[in-house]
Design a protein around this ligand. Structure first.
Ligand code: CP
Ligand code: NVA
Length: 319
């Protein structure tokens, strides 16, 4: 029997696996209803402890396209995380659904769910990582640049948040030169940097962590940013809007990147703060391709995990 595979952090796919998942996402994009790992229909439970538009809709659509039945459960509608242990919830859910998807706060909750579940558990965003977003982002980079390895990807802004961590870890896994720029005190932790360096040594990618936004942007192929106020940080909003002003993806900042650089943002975006309206609405922006790619990327993640866990069969899904 295969061990169950989960997708809790960007490191859960090896470089080779990540590349195969991206190939699968591209194949699924070209053949929307051609893959049916959840035929039955089998149910996939998708829990939200935080709000969402893209993640919620893309999982619902993707699960349906894979032949399954999406069950979306919002915070406050279930016992998960407050009225019973996460382990007990996992042991119940694994008997009823084929995959568990969860957007939550603490990464430790996802780990406890996965440790007690015989069906795949997928992180739909935690305080520490947003790995599904990165599969979509890398698919978008491949589509617009033809490759990922060797490209310079520069992230500006709150460099201690989930997106910065995921850009760093998934980017080096894809062989990219990842530069992360933010103010002192808002940079990735030492353990994330060490993990990224270890991964980069395998792929030919590299890690640069800096407080110098201009240096990070020089000759960048891919420029990325994210909100300065993540979900759960609303109380710090006023201070945060001042903290990151030197790390805005402004029209002037974009002049430092390559002329053909593309711009990504996971959305929702706050024009005039982390990104200028002229940039996100301009010709270098690919943010709506990126948003659409959430569907294709997550379908590939779900199908790959099901096959790798021995819970579905499809000879087209390479492990
Ligand atoms: N990018 C993203 O995860 O968006 P939502 O918060 O709308 O799901
Ligand atoms: N860093 C943001 C990402 C939103 C998709 C947050 O966690 O709110």
């Amino acid at each position: 029997m295969s061990a169950t595979r989960h997708f809790l952090t960007d490191l859960d796919f090896t470089p080779d696996e990540q590349s195969k998942v991206l190939d699968l996402a591209a194949a699924m994009k070209a053949d929307k209803y051609g893959y049916q790992p959840y035929a039955g229909p089998q149910t996939v439970a998708v829990f939200f402890d935080k709000t969402s538009t893209r993640t919620r809709v893309s999982f619902h659509a993707g699960i349906a396209e894979l032949g399954g039945s999406p069950l979306i459960i919002n915070s406050g509608e279930s016992q998960l995380g407050h009225k019973e242990s996460i382990a007990d919830s996992a042991k119940v859910l694994e008997r009823m659904v084929s995959t568990i998807v969860w957007r939550t706060y603490a990464q430790s909750g996802l780990e406890e769910m996965a440790a007690n579940s015989s069906v795949p558990v997928i992180n739909a965003l935690s305080d520490d990582y947003h790995p599904c977003q990165l599969i979509a982002d890398l698919l978008t980079v491949r589509e617009h640049k033809g490759k990922t390895a060797g490209l310079i990807m520069s992230y500006l802004g709150d460099a201690a948040n989930n997106m910065a961590n995921s850009y760093l870890l998934a980017g080096v896994t894809a062989g990219m030169h990842v530069r992360i720029a933010g103010p002192e005190g808002y940079l990735p932790s030492a353990s994330i940097i060490a993990a990224a360096q270890e991964r980069a040594a395998l792929t030919g990618g590299s890690v640069t962590i800096t407080t110098d936004a201009a240096a990070a942007l020089e000759d960048a192929d891919v420029v990325v940013t994210d909100t300065w106020v993540s979900m759960g940080q609303e109380d710090e909003k006023e201070a945060r809007l001042k903290l990151f002003t030197d790390y805005s993806v402004s029209t002037a900042a974009m002049k430092l990147a390559k002329d053909d650089a593309i711009v990504l943002h996971c959305l929702p975006a706050y024009r005039g703060y982390e990104i200028d309206a002229e940039v996100i609405d301009g010709p270098q922006s690919v943010v709506f391709d990126e948003a659409e790619n959430r569907v294709h990327a997550q379908k590939a993640v779900m199908a790959w995990l099901m096959v790798a866990s021995g819970l579905a069969e499809d000879s087209r899904v390479e492990l």
